[in-house]
Design a protein around this ligand. Sequence first.
Ligand SMILES: [Zn+2]
Length: 252
Amino acid sequence: MVTMRTQALVLRSVDFGESDRVLHLLVPESGRLTVIAKGARRSVKRFSGTLDYFNYLAVQIDRRRSTVMARLDQATLIRTYSSLRSDPKRFALGCYLLELLDRLAPEGAGRAEARQLFELALASLEMIATWNADVRLRTLLELRLLDGLGLRPELRSCVRCGRAPETPEVDFHVAEGGPVCGACAAQLQGLIRVHLGTLRALEQGLRFAPEQLDRLALGGATLDEARRLIERFRRFHVGLALKSEPFLDSAL
Ligand SMILES: [Zn+2]
């Protein structure tokens, strides 16, 4: 296909040369896609302010030149999540989400996988735009996004032997990404003590539809524990520092 007409979210935007801009887009056809927007900085008319973060776009992309970057020919606005720009907490959470996607979304993903990830990204922006931007939302969004990016923690059975935990508190093995039973936990390091209730809440956080999530019992000590677990899990498995993280930590 030479000309691709699709939808897109801007994940990253970098000035290039005198007048161009290089963009990382998330598209429902293939995941992350790098394009060049010629003249984007020189001509106000050409893309007329559409290439901003938190804009949901309809785009036309020329992919003819297979050895160089695809070229963004047109972009029109479908919807803007403007409250992410006006509210500092929403802005911080939105930037964090885009950075996670930019670092982890696959290029050249299969259509079904790419479509699912795109819908998850849109649903996440919608939640940030309409919900209270707080630690609870951050935890739920981060969990759901890690799952969408292929990093789903095990939340039910021992990751070593598959047995269901029998005590109200269990050890969670960060590197193996799930709980370990008492027998398997002996001599292991990198364990965090968590309540089964916290694992159940996170499991529901993955399973529930977005409109059901406000009914989820995730607050107080359970939320503190869930937050700590997701943070350790993400740091270990993503393995890189996110630039937007200190900003988000100070905002929420
Ligand atoms: Zn075990």
